[in-house]
Design a protein around this ligand. Structure first.
Ligand SMILES: Nc1nc2c(ncn2[C@@H]2O[C@H](COP(=O)(O)OP(=O)(O)O)[C@@H](O)[C@H]2O)c(=O)[nH]1
Ligand SMILES: [Mg+2]
Length: 358
């Protein structure tokens, strides 16, 4: 559980009126009142578990490595067996193929990698199985490198990010993490509580915003597009750097809900013609190969510009990144390896592949 999101705020859920100099937005509670003062590394977000003992915080590389432990255990250990020694022969390639398939890379990426590894082996005249690891690593880096395109938010003010995805993928928690991430870069952030289907979702965001001095635009009654529109008006009035819009979870097969999110996007465009500047699909890594179908469907509906892959810590299916790279590449902006506020970071191919193999 991302517990700081779940904790109920003090029962003063009554919306605070907007602070000057914002032109009041009808029907739109703006929280909190003190949003003008950015709170960079502000109020420590301590989960009960982390607050009693305070060991030195592990670095991102360490967290990434431990986050990817499950994938590494499965993929890496099996590979280590293969690369242990002996000759490179057809049997070895066959075993390599089945190992790659079990990590959810999918058939396309697996065949691609095998072909690439074979080429590298013959080009370099490799003979020994132990040399295969380097070849595979290089092939994998080359395959997923195109996904590494960090999000650039400068040049637009506000820079508008819209999130989409199925229920429970990690949209709302990722928004909290992103807000902190951007704040730590000195940027002002405003959130749009666009998941209007569930009151709890709105409250989750409002409570988080209150605790972290991030303005949240929400509405009691629920039209997601209207909330986003109001949020953009407020952001423009306040000179906010980054707007992040949450949306309700939906399956790509729920056609009416896909129409609804298309409308959200259109209404955002009405407020700011070149927005949203970033349309992100949030994916739970646990769904493995299914992620590729979701990328396809959401891309078709919304025109995705980026992906966030969450929960890599809970799964052995990290190989799906290779599948996405091969079958339907969309820039992988961030990956999540835990529930902590710092557990979402820009995707780096090198770090990922190293954490997987070493
Ligand atoms: N272990 C782990 N849990 C995560 C991660 N990202 C999100 N979660 C959890 O996934 C659950 C659903 O997240 P939420 O943001 O509410 O999903 P939403 O329905 O897409 O908004 C929460 O319990 C989060 O704490 C992650 O990277 N790792
Ligand atoms: Mg949510």
């Amino acid at each position: 559980m991302f517990s700081f999101f779940k904790k109920k705020p003090a029962p003063e859920t009554t919306p605070t009126p907007p602070t000057a100099p914002v032109a009041p937005v009808a029907d739109t509670p703006v929280v909190p009142a003190t949003s003008t003062s950015p709170a960079p590394e502000a109020p420590a977000i301590s989960t009960p578990a982390s607050s009693n003992a305070a060991p030195a915080k592990p670095s991102w590389a360490e967290r990434l490595k431990s986050g990817l432990a499950k994938t590494r255990d499965k993929l890496g250990k099996q590979l280590a067996g293969l690369f242990g020694g002996g000759k490179i022969d057809e049997d070895l390639y066959e075993e390599l193929e089945s190992v790659l398939l079990t990590s959810d890379m999918g058939m396309d990426a697996t065949s691609h990698l095998l072909r690439d590894v074979r080429e590298r082996v013959s080009l370099k005249g490799l003979k020994d199985a132990s040399e295969l690891k380097g070849a595979l690593k290089e092939a994998l880096v080359e395959l997923i490198q195109p996904l590494e395109q960090p999000l650039q938010t400068h040049g637009k003010k506000p820079y508008v990010i819209m999130l989409a995805g199925v229920n429970g993928a990690g949209k709302t928690t990722s928004i909290g993490k992103l807000a902190k991430y951007f704040q730590s870069q000195g940027k002002s952030v405003l959130l749009a509580a666009g998941d209007t289907f569930r009151a709890a979702a709105r409250e989750q965001l409002i409570a988080w915003g209150e605790r972290n001095n991030v303005t949240v635009i929400a509405q009691q009654s629920g039209d997601a597009a209207a909330v986003c529109y109001d949020a953009l008006q407020a952001a423009m009035a306040r000179g906010i750097d980054i707007v992040i819009a949450d949306t309700a979870g939906r399956l790509p097969t729920q056609l009416h809900l896909m129409e609804e999110i298309k409308k959200v996007k259109r209404v955002i465009q009405k407020a700011i013609p070149d927005a949203p500047h970033e349309v992100v699909l949030v994916l739970d890594a646990n769904i493995g190969q299914n992620a590729i179908n979701q990328v396809l469907a959401f891309d078709q509906a919304l025109g995705l510009t980026g992906l966030i892959l969450t929960k890599l810590d809970g799964t052995a299916k990290g190989g799906v990144i290779a599948g996405i790279a091969k079958q339907h590449p969309v820039p992988l902006r961030f990956i999540g390896v835990g529930e902590g506020i710092d557990d979402l970071r820009p995707f780096s191919t090198r770090d990922f592949v190293d954490a997987l193999f070493d």
